[in-house]
Design a protein around this ligand. Sequence first.
Ligand SMILES: [Fe+2]
Length: 352
Amino acid sequence: MAYLKAEELRPGMRLKSDFINEGGTLFLAEGTTLTSNMIERIKDLNIPYLSIVTDTDVKERPSRNKTAYAVKTEQFLKVYNESNKVIKELFDSVQSGRMLNLDGIRETVSVFIDLINDDENIVPKLQQIHITDEYTYYHSINVSLLAILMGKWLKMPERDLRKLGYTGVFHDIGKCRVPPEILNKPDNLDEREWNIMKQHPIYGYNILKKNNILSNDVLMGALMHHEREDGSGYPLGLKGEKIHTYGKIVAVADIFDAMMSDRVYRKKRPPFKVAEYISDRSFDSLDPYISRVFLQGISRFFVGNIVRLSDGRIGKVIYIYPQQPTKPVVLAGGEFLDFSKESDITIVEIIG
Ligand SMILES: [Fe+2]
């Protein structure tokens, strides 16, 4: 590895490690190959020096990072599949009228917290999971993981992370009481069906209350995950501070995961579109602070991603503005495209 000043940089050199600016934002990702345009930008920004890959690095450690990432992904998928069985058992016991047993899920939530403490970059791993059926189980795992991650970004103590993990797992447990023909209906629900569906947070609260094994915070989070800041949510139509913080956190995690997943009735949406939707909703129905912390946290990991643009070009995300996490700077064909200003082109999907 060599540390080089901006004037020593040449096109074709590769970054040895992430460059993070003073505001804590990732500006250039590890592995980025520098172009002359990028070097000009680096000079403009007065970046003092960058670490560059040398021939020795390549010979000594050919694919160390890729291997470490692959191992982490493998561990993640193993935990994910095992937790799916635990959650299926929980839902089965509710459906057959048995009491809930927390033994398995206690261990599962501990493993979720360890996974996130080890590597916060879980979204690309979640995107590798292709759901064929049993959406509710997968969705419960994803919301649990995302809620723990958000709790961490909100600097909550470990006991809150654990309770948020449970809230994610159990937030839709009330769907066990919704008739399957309504729950799995591929078309729009009629008014009667929708009124039944809107009861699932109350059904869930009652199930958890009856079992009496989880704290009141978890029950409130599950009850309020469809409440909205402006009172437009259900089942109670609560507003702002009347909504439990866990309900607000799970609301964002729930929307993010639902929009990122393929469903019978629609295809998943690209992450930037989902982030933009959450950003728009943070002005009316979602908690603005929680949404912003989530979007800033999630978008840090978009730097380095390869994206397809609406004009057919392929580009690489090289910068995320801390205040505008849904509008990145993309390098495509040697040209910098700043999506905070760009209006004709959009990012269609992340492809790598
Ligand atoms: Fe729900």
